[in-house]
Design a protein around this ligand. Structure first.
Ligand SMILES: [Mg+2]
Length: 345
């Protein structure tokens, strides 16, 4: 079969500047991949590179011609295992670039079969989860406004970014406007182990559900120190990048936060989910700031998850792609659109 491939850079302005412990972002830089089969069916995917993991749109654009040449060479989009293996043989790292192609191939295959991807995988669309909505770091007044807006839009799960010298005040401000919401927090590696244990003691008073990445990924013993003393469950994100990291974080956290853009594709995400289960970990799927061209694929994994943080598209000023409906944060797979559910708006 002959496949045609193309890609384009797409910059997506955010609704609000998005600040985490490491810095501020106002635009999500993405690369959209399209793979067309001989019948004119188009698979769509996207890569949302993160400089934290060594990628930019320039590095993604630099390797995509080789990755897409490998796909064209395989020729059959249904050969997903071979395609992902060929991509890994082509570039060792570059997970967001490989992920864009992985998503486009999965979207194309499921569309060719006229099946939503979760049905291709045999998953139950009614076993879905609710995504959290992330409140980035800002002054107290802006954080209050963002939390109020999220509650008005029906969100029941808020994730609050921390890692500042006013973390206690931030959580109290959000809790104040969202007394009934499920709150989680994400320190993005900003705390020392002892500081984390102390801060988590106080977060427990605000009924926080769990704490994501309290300490730097380079300090696995620090993560263990926090996990063994924490008043709240701990999720690993920056510490849990690829399949090989899952056994390393087992015994150091409660929840593995898996992201397509970190691990490089949907097949690797499946392996991570099963490995995490084998190690007694709960499973969360997270995202970068990214459009529905890639978020829709992560949403198809919802029946396998305990927690979802798939609000990437919700944080954009507007998204050129429609994906899986998420009214009030509930990932609604029952719309049964073929493929990942993505379509140009
Ligand atoms: Mg995180």
């Amino acid at each position: 079969m002959s496949l045609e491939t193309e890609f384009e850079r797409v910059a997506l302005p955010l609704e609000y500047p998005f600040t985490i412990a490491r810095g501020t972002q106002t635009t999500a830089e993405t690369v959209v991949v399209r793979i067309t089969d001989g019948d004119g069916t188009v698979g769509i995917g996207a890569g949302a590179p993160s400089t934290h993991y060594g990628e930019t749109v320039a590095t993604v654009a630099a390797v995509l011609p080789d990755l897409l040449a490998a796909v064209e060479d395989v020729g059959d989009p249904h050969q997903l295992a071979r395609i992902e293996r060929r991509m890994r043989e082509t570039v060792a790292g570059n997970p967001a670039a490989r992920c864009a192609v992985s998503i486009a191939c999965h979207d194309l295959v499921a569309k060719r079969l006229d099946l939503p991807l979760h049905r291709y995988w045999g998953l139950d669309p009614t076993e879905t989860v609710e995504t959290s909505y992330t409140i980035g770091i800002d002054d107290a007044e802006r954080m209050r406004e963002k939390a109020e807006t999220a509650i008005e839009r029906g969100h029941g799960r808020l994730k609050v970014k921390l890692g500042t010298d006013r973390d206690g005040e931030i959580v109290r401000t959000v809790r104040d406007v969202a007394p009934d919401a499920t709150l989680t927090v994400d320190a993005n590696e900003a705390w020392t182990p002892r500081e984390a244990v102390r801060k988590i003691d106080r977060l427990a008073d605000e009924d926080v559900a769990f704490v994501e990445q309290p300490v730097p990924a380079e300090d696995p013993e620090g993560l263990r120190f926090v996990y063994e003393r924490s008043a709240l469950p701990i999720a690993a994100d920056e510490s849990c990048v690829t399949l090989a990291d899952v056994p390393r974080v087992a015994g150091r956290c409660d929840v593995a936060n898996i992201k397509l853009m970190k691990c490089g594709g949907l097949r690797e995400a499946f392996r991570m989910i099963h490995a995490a289960r084998a190690h007694g970990l709960e499973v969360m799927a997270g995202c970068m700031t990214e459009s529905n061209a890639s978020i829709a694929a992560a949403c198809q994994l919802a029946p396998l998850l305990d927690y979802a943080d798939l609000d990437g598209s919700l944080l954009l000023a507007d998204d050129p792609y429609e994906g899986v409906p998420m009214e009030g944060g509930r990932i609604d797979l029952e719309a049964e659109r073929p493929g990942t559910g993505v379509r140009p708006r």
